[in-house]
Write a protein that binds this ligand. Structure first.
Ligand SMILES: [Fe+2]
Ligand SMILES: [Fe+2]
Length: 310
């Protein structure tokens, strides 16, 4: 199994370093660490009952476009029922306090992915209870961002290449930490943390593998969608809903993600809620991306150095 060299430490919220900068990392190394870990089991607690999560979530859902996506009250209550069964190890729940305080975007984003991925899981696999439960692991997909310095997470200017590399390592960090807290390198939540930026055509990161798991893809698509329609430090104006859905459509056209999940997402943006299988997504692109969007733009580290020297 491939071994990578870490470019930034992987640590807990209490700053306990699990892997240091320069350490070798692989699933086997992680498995060994977990096997030798004498720490007690981390108790699991209900996510929806934690802190203000339930109220915050309802407040976030009450805003467009989620207000329309969750407009079917019976369905919304069903989804909240599934979500109320999700339990997470306490240290993972505590990350919500951290993000709520220091990076509210990520806090809101985690809760919205929780709700939206559970909904799409239920819509796409209505009779598969196990899969719907798996889709509800969405909130932990970005857990590894606790290892990304806030100066990078909140940076309004384009990231340097080394900053982007540290940001992208949130996938490996999330994988390692969730496996550590659940004592399970094969847990689905750990896998989602590692693979939610991988794409069907292998154009994603961190490993550039071909993503063909529908459940991981549901979370990946919700992740992109919510990021586009939300304000972000690197983009003063967020995407309007139509343009965001068109970006997702374009990703399906380029074979980065599957059509089913895009159909389900677009169909749920209709008040009539047509069944995703009977729904054709329009290929027309009429939206315009917002101005001043620096997402995906990186600058050379030397460039920033020179700018600082001026
Ligand atoms: Fe992510
Ligand atoms: Fe995310």
């Amino acid at each position: 199994m491939a071994v990578v060299k870490l470019i930034h430490p992987i640590h807990t919220l209490e700053d306990q370093i699990i892997f240091d900068k320069g350490d070798d990392f692989s699933t086997d190394i992680l498995r060994e660490l977990i096997a030798s870990n004498k720490a007690p089991d981390f108790p699991a607690t209900s996510l929806l009952a934690y802190g203000d999560v339930n109220n915050d979530l309802k407040r976030f859902i009450d805003n467009p476009p989620y207000k329309v996506i969750f407009s079917d009250e019976k369905q919304r209550n069903e989804i909240l029922g599934v979500m109320s069964e999700v339990k997470l190890p306490y240290p993972i729940l505590q990350s919500l306090d951290y993000f709520k305080k220091y990076d509210f975007h990520t806090y809101r984003h985690m809760l919205m992915i929780f709700a939206l991925a559970t909904l799409l899981g239920k819509v796409m696999m209505p009779d598969d209870k196990d899969s719907v439960h798996k889709a509800s692991v969405g909130p932990t997909h970005d857990f590894g961002k606790i290892c990304v310095p806030l100066s990078i997470l909140a940076k309004p200017e384009p990231l340097t290449k080394s900053e982007r590399n540290i940001l992208e390592q949130h996938t490996t960090a999330g994988y390692a930490l969730i496996a550590y807290y659940t004592n399970d390198v094969d847990s689905f939540a750990a896998r989602v943390a590692r693979e939610h930026h991988e794409r069907r055509d292998s154009s994603g990161y961190p490993r550039g593998i071909a993503q063909n798991d529908t459940l991981v893809e549901i979370i990946a698509a919700c992740d992109v969608y919510d990021a586009l329609i939300s304000p972000r430090p690197y983009r003063p104006v967020s995407y309007d809903n139509r343009t965001a859905l068109e970006v997702l459509t374009e990703m399906a056209e380029k074979k980065e993600i599957g059509w089913n999940v895009v159909q389900a997402l677009v169909a749920h943006n209709r008040k009539s809620k047509p069944h995703f299988k009977d729904f054709t997504v329009s290929p027309e692109k009429r939206g315009t991306s917002p101005p001043g969007n620096s997402y995906g733009i990186t600058v050379d580290d030397e460039y920033v150095y020179q700018e600082n020297e001026k």
